[in-house]
Design a protein around this ligand. Structure first.
Ligand SMILES: Nc1ncnc2c1ncn2[C@@H]1O[C@H](COP(=O)(O)OP(=O)(O)OP(=O)(O)O)[C@@H](O)[C@H]1O
Length: 468
């Protein structure tokens, strides 16, 4: 059986307490394993403000200590190894050395980027935030980045989605995260029942923990999306126990999944697929595919009406488009650079440790990773390359810019996009002379390797379901 999350317990840290170069200001909140405080730097080094997560050791039994250490190590390892735009950033890890405060002595302190609030707090104030689709896009981008780096989150829920001062989101709280070993990983035996996939609710916990897969996060995303878009849980019931009973009936095929009637049809399909009752039913529905589908929902004009693309698009759609493109290319970003180009100034794109990248021995067109569209400065896939997995509405100033494109026209292109087992259709790439998908230059069916005329400067592109 799966254990329940322990109840929040506050680690008491006095206001004004100093650890490293940080002075504690006030408690932000407590979870089952620690407490988070705002803090100010006592020196003139940036960032001046941070969130300090205290993971206690205190006066625990050796067994509790081992467990807490495991949870802390998981979180630290993820945050050290995976730097990505949609994951909270960790600046340093400190250890409290203070025998006068036995509850604090030995505590591990994670110094994190300071978030403004969390999604559960947003939902308390505004159960159906108008920005729900953009929020969900970014959460999905976070999953793409985490899964792409080889980790499962294991506890995706509104409380673990942080909202930064600029309104963007970051995935956080990686106590339950687990590194993939092939298709699966082992996580601690806790879960938040409402967000736990059915196959884990009744799974055994082995010596190494419980076996988890990325599809567990996809289930949690489905629950979260339903909650954010409708203000209600996808399975009926006033309590978690009642919803678990409803889940049992659903998994046994005794009851259909009845999603909230107000869900728009595109989202209904996506959430229904995320909430397939078994791992197998979700297996081909990975985070990248999910992100493409979500982006497509937000780009109806570009995705389905390619002939009208030269016309003026509503600026609101364009703003959404700009928000929606990041994570499809995230595995090509430099680890510390949320705005870096996909392949700036190099012949082969760089990738953060642990993420898929093109081996340096590959040449020409073969450098283009499956699922990407790649443009090259030389004919036949030669020279420098810029590659995107997602759309880009402005190659020169968008989310994932191509550094050489300001001065150099691409001389060849490879559309290495492909469909999936679920029949993904956004496999053609249409590219444009101007930003925001204006003035179509051409369209590339999947598999196209083509030399381009000199002097043609593309400025934006979009994945489409047809080249008509
Ligand atoms: N970087 C941050 N900036 C601002 N607030 C944060 C930050 N990280 C966590 N918080 C807040 O602190 C509280 C506790 O954090 P967190 O959930 O990470 O602790 P936890 O013990 O791991 O929780 P859980 O039991 O849910 O796994 C939450 O309310 C969360 O919103």
């Amino acid at each position: 059986m799966t254990g329940q999350q322990p109840r929040p317990s506050t680690v008491a840290v006095p206001v004004g307490y100093e650890v490293g170069s940080w002075r504690v200001e006030r408690l932000l909140g407590s979870g089952g394993f620690g407490s988070v405080y705002t803090a100010r730097r006592t020196t003139a080094v940036e960032p001046r403000r941070a969130a300090l997560k205290f993971l206690p050791t205190g006066t625990r039994t050796p067994r509790q200590l081992r467990h807490l250490r495991d949870l802390a190590e998981r979180e630290i390892e993820v945050l050290r190894r995976v730097r990505a735009p949609r994951l909270i950033r960790m600046h340093e890890v400190l250890t409290v050395d203070d025998p006068d405060l036995p509850d604090l002595d030995g505590a591990t302190v994670l110094v994190l980027d300071h978030a403004e609030t969390s999604l559960d707090q947003v939902l308390t104030r505004t159960p159906r935030p108008p920005s729900a689709p953009a929020l969900l896009t970014q959460i999905c981008e976070g999953l793409v980045q985490l899964h792409g780096a080889g980790w499962v989150h294991g506890d995706l829920k509104p409380g673990n989605v942080l909202v930064m001062a600029d309104g963007t989101i970051r995935l956080a709280d990686f106590n339950m995260a687990a590194q993939l070993e092939g298709t699966h990983a082992y996580a601690p035996g806790f879960a938040t029942p409402d967000f736990t996939p059915p196959e884990l609710l009744w799974s055994d916990i082995t010596e190494r923990g419980r076996l988890v897969r990325p599809t567990g996060d996809i289930w949690a995303f489905g629950v979260l999306a339903h909650l954010v878009l409708t203000g209600s849980m996808p399975l009926p019931g006033p309590t978690a126990a009642a919803r678990r009973t409803a889940l049992t009936h659903y998994v046994r095929g005794e009851q259909e999944l009845r999603l909230a009637p107000e869900l728009p049809s595109g989202w209904r399909q996506i959430i229904g697929d995320c909430l397939a009752p078994s791992h197998d039913g979700r297996a081909s529905h990975d985070a990248r595919f999910l992100l493409r589908r979500i982006e497509r929902l937000q780009l109806p004009a570009q995705a389905t009406e390619s002939r009208r693309r030269d016309r003026l698009l509503l600026s609101a759609v364009l703003v959404t488009a700009v928000c929606a493109v990041a994570a499809g290319t995230a595995f090509l970003l430099g680890p510390d650079d949320t705005k870096s180009p996909t392949a700036e100034g190099s012949d082969i794109p760089s990738a953060p440790a642990g993420t898929p990248s093109a081996p340096a021995s590959l040449v020409a067109y073969d450098r283009c990773i499956s699922g990407s569209v790649c443009f090259y400065t030389e004919p036949d896939g030669g020279g420098r390359m810029c590659a995107w997995e997602g759309d880009e509405v402005d190659w020169l100033a968008g989310k994932n810019v191509c550094s050489w494109a300001t001065t150099t026209a691409p001389r060849s292109v490879f559309n290495n996009g492909k469909g999936t087992a679920l029949g993904e259709t956004l496999v053609n790439v249409t590219y444009f002379a101007e930003k925001h998908l204006q003035k179509q230059l051409g369209c590339l069916p999947p598999g196209t390797r083509r030399n381009l005329d000199a002097g043609v400067f593309p400025r934006s592109h979009v994945w489409t379901d047809s080249c008509a």
